[in-house]
Design a protein around this ligand. Structure first.
Ligand code: NAG
Ligand code: NAG
Ligand code: NAG
Ligand code: NAG
Length: 188
């Protein structure tokens, strides 16, 4: 009897260690809805998708960073425009990995995640959006157009859209009428 117990002891110990191991792992729970949309960051786990087995998180919602332990940590980028960070380093949530532009009424302050981990202004001041790390212009704000990677201002001063050719206005600013390729002020 005693011998039998001793023989099964290693097995028992192994079982205890295994059980303790599973109990120690933080079970992953997902937020069914994006906390950035519900506005409920307090009660959020920040996880959008758990890894197989549900012990860790695989993908966090925007504004959370995935830590090396597999948890989602709220982003806390303290640089200028830090609140525009949508992805950050879960092991150091002050480091921005992806930023969104600040857009209002169809005009954007182009922002991108810099190599320093901040949300910085796009190098091209007329850029509405630019790529992470190198700040390459993706698109331009109204009244300018992307030509060979640079936002060039429309030749016509009162032109909102000169896509593809600065000298050809497609849409004039409100209060101006398009006459051929020019924008002429509407007389009251
Ligand atoms: C997060 O929410 C804010 C305000 O509710 C919204 O302006 C912004 O576009 C949202 N960002 C994302 C990435 O969904
Ligand atoms: C993981 O969690 C999901 C949702 O809570 C559940 O449907 C699934 O069965 C779980 N998988 C495992 C392996 O526990
Ligand atoms: C954000 O970071 C600052 C500076 O590191 C720290 O003082 C602050 O407590 C952090 N806030 C949160 C909510 O973690
Ligand atoms: C900038 O980064 C983008 C992707 O993030 C890449 O496609 C592009 O080639 C890069 N451009 C330069 C000049 O490094």
């Amino acid at each position: 009897m005693r011998a039998a117990f001793l023989r099964s002891l290693p097995l028992l110990l192994a079982a205890v260690v295994l059980l303790a191991g599973t109990a120690a792992a933080q079970p992953c729970t997902v937020d069914v809805e994006d906390p950035n949309i519900t506005g409920d960051f307090e009660g959020a786990s920040g996880c959008a998708q758990c890894a197989p087995g549900n012990a860790t998180c695989k993908e966090c919602w925007d504004r959370f960073g995935l830590s090396s332990e597999g948890t989602c940590v709220p982003c806390n980028v303290t640089s200028d425009f830090g609140s525009f960070a949508v992805k950050c380093d879960g092991d150091d949530p002050s480091i921005a990995l992806e930023c969104i532009s600040e857009c209002r009424k169809g005009w954007c302050t182009g922002l991108y995640a810099t190599a320093e981990g901040t949300c910085g202004n796009c190098p091209d001041e007329n850029a509405a959006h630019c790529t992470t790390l190198n700040g390459t212009t993706i698109d331009c704000n109204p009244r300018s157009t992307l030509i060979d990677g640079v936002c060039l201002s429309c030749a016509e001063e009162n032109c909102d859209d000169c896509t593809g050719d600065v000298t050809v206005c497609k849409t004039c600013t409100k209060g101006y009428t398009k006459i051929k390729r020019w924008c002429v002020e509407e007389k009251a």
